[in-house]
Design a protein around this ligand. Sequence first.
Ligand SMILES: O=C(O)Cn1ncc2ncnc(NCCc3cnc(NC(=O)Nc4cccc(Cl)c4)s3)c21
Length: 273
Amino acid sequence: VSAKEKKRWTLNDFDIGKPLGRGKFGHVYLAREKRSNHIVALKVLFKSQLQQSQVEHQLRREVEIQSHLRHPNILRLYGYFYDQKRVYLILEYAAKGELYKELQKCKYFSERRAATYVASLARALIYCHGKHVIHRDIKPENLLIGAQGELKIADFGWSVHTFNRRRTMCGTLDYLPPEMVESVEHDANVDIWSLGVLCYEFLYGVPPFEAKEHSDTYRRIVQVDLKFPPKPIVSSAAKDLISQMLVKDSSQRLPLHKLLEHPWIIQNADPSG
Ligand SMILES: O=C(O)Cn1ncc2ncnc(NCCc3cnc(NC(=O)Nc4cccc(Cl)c4)s3)c21
């Protein structure tokens, strides 16, 4: 890491702007670093809440993991600092905001938009897996959109090698692959499953195993109870790709580099991502 990034930041280094969103652990603000006029997003986390939820080690690991990741489809974490009560994450600003809000607005995406997003996520995950990092929490809430409409994976709060971690956070079960729901050893192929769930939700507007009760979602996941509704009309190439990703045996899931050669991706994804 270059010397300049070793700098000790303080809140005085920033002009704070409008709130961008609020998460479970704190708020995110638009901010400008005074010396460089560089626009960033500043996530403010309360130490008390981090201690209560015993996630400090997770946060430290996220900062450690993120400091080594550089990819156009991964939101940069430039650094962090803290004061008496709070921890501040200095993040790349994603000017077009949260993907899940865009998905809610459009209900579902066109095949071209969905394929473009899936291809850029696959490239980001190939990069992460090459660095032995599994994200483990690929879902619309963790995806942001950059100024040029490009997708950015954010919030590596769950990316580690630990297995058998129960989902203590209030996160949704929808994206969990069978091996995580059954909490057995898992590997980077968990991200292929979640990307398949995401591709389905981009095209249909709902995740594939959604059910009223957690127990029903759980059962539908472990049974891979995959159904394609008649509406909206989705190409058989898209269904073929999803069916090759949502496979119970993680070793049989379509590898990410093969995904990038799939006809549906070749025909629909915008190469610029
Ligand atoms: O999304 C919004 O609310 C609004 N928004 N809009 C634009 C925009 N541009 C950049 N960032 C935004 N939001 C922050 C995204 C994050 C990135 N990395 C994170 N990491 C994290 O929260 N880690 C973490 C927290 C608590 C405990 C633990 Cl263990 C880990 S959050 C933006």
